[in-house]
Design a protein around this ligand. Structure first.
Ligand code: SF4
Length: 484
């Protein structure tokens, strides 16, 4: 990523999640958007799902990037230990075990599936050129936070952060530029201005906004950026670039991929940010569940209990150990193996799968239209932020209590509710992770034997032969004529 873009910071950003909230409920958006009240919960993350997702992302960020911990499970251990006991959300301990189990399986799943694609993390030098991994001065494209300038600026109040208007180029001191809204006045250093009590000399360049009622506000003109984080940029065996995104969820969902707005927005943004076009998007889903080795009965035979959480490959491996070949196994075991095969697809099993998504030029152009269309509505000074109550409010709205109180006109409850909230710092780039400061030193964690950080009896050590043929996975984008 070009340095001048990644280093820019914005006080006002647009993220895919903001856009989703904007479309979901204007009142909720008004509370939390950086363009409105900009509120966020104080203290460490207490939502166990977010906390857990951050840990898995960090483990894979390290493993596929600098790999300072040498093993994603050690990186996950470091993440867990970056929190003081009273900062850990409820259920963190159980999630620690789950994370270790998921990452253990990932370590066997990934090389087998990746042998068909040969994805490698892209490393960029300071000029944004791709270089060999670990080239001095280069960085791996993992957890790539980006700020894409949208070429839209707003006039904001220096004290309250209120947005008064979308800035019009060259509108300074033009009384007709913002009809019915106000006038933007620029006062140069050395000029005199009326500061409310008397005339004062202006020290620095100042912008003032004189609203429709004639009240003067000290303002600044602030650019808006599209903000996001790309989990990983990989290059395939033909050198084409893909954005790889990790999702942790109860179960894999593929129905949304054709319409997923993050996929479109990230490809659109990456094509502007990087020197090389993005070929597609890899949606890698890790189910929050622990894979188990195929169970055995007391007599040592393989169990055919369909409820066991195992996979086709694991069972096949045990069958080969016991019988030498699948066709020599008893029918009921072959039947169970076939049942497991039917539940899997070439893209993965019920524990981990990846899907490949592409967007054509027309789709990317439409993404841009949507982003600017939504932004323009967000900046409409007359926008009334009405609520959109649905049955999802109970689980998808962190400000539900304030929303209910607001309809009742109960200002005391609203005030009490927001005691635990604060304004998000305006100088942040949107991704401040305070726990990163408290990560245990890699050289110390690397020395801890793996058995000490995970209860190895619970986590299988599966030695697969790294063959994509075994998985049935084929890289369908193998057409060499289609190279970008
Ligand atoms: S509770 Fe529902 S209606 Fe109220 S702010 Fe939240 S999402 Fe909107």
């Amino acid at each position: 990523m070009a340095k001048d873009i990644s280093c820019k910071r914005s006080r006002y950003t647009l993220r895919t999640s903001d856009r989703r909230v904007f479309r979901r409920c204007l009142r909720k958006w008004d509370y939390i958007s950086s363009m409105r009240q900009n509120l966020t919960r104080s203290g460490a993350e207490q939502n166990i799902n977010f906390w857990f997702g951050s840990g898995i992302h960090f483990a894979l960020e390290d493993y596929h990037g600098w790999n300072v911990y040498g093993d994603p499970r050690k990186a996950f251990y470091a993440y867990y230990n970056a929190f003081k006991e009273d900062e850990l959300p409820l259920g963190a301990e159980a999630c620690y075990e789950l994370g270790m189990s998921m990452l253990s399986y990932y370590l066997t799943w990934y090389p087998r599936y990746n042998s068909a694609t040969q994805f490698e993390t892209v490393w960029l030098d300071e000029n944004g050129e791709q270089v060999k991994p670990f080239t001095p001065g280069a960085t791996p494209c993992v957890e790539q936070s980006f700020m894409l300038p949208l070429d839209v600026s707003v006039i904001t109040d220096i004290e309250t952060d209120t947005i008064y208007a979308k800035y019009v180029e060259g509108s300074e001191n033009d009384a007709y530029a913002y009809p019915g809204q106000g006038t933007l006045v620029t006062v140069a250093p050395g000029d005199y201005k009326f500061d409310g009590e008397g005339m004062a000399v202006v020290q620095d360049d100042e912008h003032l906004w004189i609203d429709a009622q004639g009240v003067t506000h000290k303002v600044q003109v602030v650019p808006i950026f599209y903000h996001g984080t790309m989990d990983r940029i990989v290059s395939d065996k033909f050198g084409r670039w893909w954005i790889l995104d990790y999702k942790t969820a109860k179960g894999a969902d593929t129905n949304k991929l054709d319409t997923d707005d993050q996929i479109g927005a990230y490809i659109w943004a990456a094509n502007k940010l990087f020197k090389k076009p993005i070929y597609g998007f890899i949606y890698l889903q890790l189910t929050k569940d622990s894979v188990q080795a195929p169970r055995r009965l007391k007599n040592g035979d393989l169990s055919v209990d369909k409820k066991q959480k195992t996979t086709y490959s694991l069972l096949k491996m045990e069958i080969l150990k016991d019988y030498g070949s699948v066709d020599r196994a008893p029918n009921k075991i072959i039947q169970f193996l076939n049942d497991l095969a039917a539940r899997e697809t070439p893209e993965g099993d019920r524990f981990i799968r990846w899907d490949f998504v592409r967007r054509n030029e027309e789709q990317i152009a439409n993404v841009e239209k949507c982003i600017y269309g939504e932004l323009s509505m967000m900046l409409n000074p007359d926008l009334y932020c009405y609520p959109n109550p649905t049955r999802d409010c109970i689980w998808d709205c962190p400000v539900r209590d304030a929303c209910i109180a607001s309809d009742r006109g109960d200002t005391d409850t609203i005030e009490a509710f927001f005691k635990d909230w604060e304004k998000r710092p305006r100088n942040e780039d949107g991704n401040i992770d305070p726990w990163r400061e408290n990560l245990p030193k890699p050289e110390v964690v690397r020395e801890i034997p793996l058995e000490e950080i995970l209860d190895s009896a619970k986590y299988m050590t599966i030695e697969f032969d790294s063959s994509s043929e075994e998985t049935g996975f084929k890289f369908l984008y193998d057409d060499e004529d289609d190279r970008v």
